[in-house]
Design a protein around this ligand. Sequence first.
Ligand code: GEK
Length: 244
Amino acid sequence: MAEPPRDRLFDMPRDMIVDFVFDEQVARVFPDMIRRSVPGYESILTLLGLFAQEYAQANTNLYDLGCSTGAATLALRRRISQPGCRIYAIDNSTSMVEVCRANLQHHAATTPVEVVCADIQQVGIENASLVVLNFTLQFIAPGERSRFLRKIYAGLNPGGVLVLSEKILLEDPLGQRFEEDLHLAFKKANGYSELEISQKRSALEKILIPETPAQHRQRLQQAGFQQVYRWFQALNFISFAAIK
Ligand code: GEK
């Protein structure tokens, strides 16, 4: 199979760094970009399939919110064994949604997927057994995150699960430094230059707002989730499972 296009978006010096947008250029290189930037991303995808296998209930909906090019949707769809399930893959970037639709067509499966171009804060969540927010909540304004999680909780059936993966901050400055240094080393080992790393960091500064694990846990509990487990961590990237 052909290699996915390589991310070189930030490899030339820019006069001015504008805020990051999920446009056509990003959508084209996204699989390469996220794999080389997020430690553990591929493992999370594989393991998301197990969430679908274990938690998808018959005749319910599964949601992949902020689906980008559809990698998590594909991982879920591959492992659903229950009848009558439907996946909603939702993203507000038209370019991402276009690539997502094309990717899904390449893989045959029985569970139907509806790819929707919309703001995930505006869509209804109902009769859900599994909701995935794989590195998406971090792009929602912090002041709006609680209301959004309460909506997800309300749309989940009893026993349903929210998987929430995020880049995190640590309260302890030394710990934060330790994880940032290793994350920098991870990106360099994956072929990103100092220039690419620093230009991308500036572009994301105002739109990707990480929080501490304690903030996430507290918000999930306040939304109503009684069981909240940290089931995955690689450096400063974490994933929680919150069960209704
Ligand atoms: C994956 N989950 O590969 N409404 C809809 N989509 C949004 C919104 C919003 N309000 N805000 C951001 N997005 C994917 C990776 S990427 C993570 C998720 C990253 C979308 C945005 O367009 C982008 O496609 C996605 O959230 C975030 O498993 O780039 O670090």
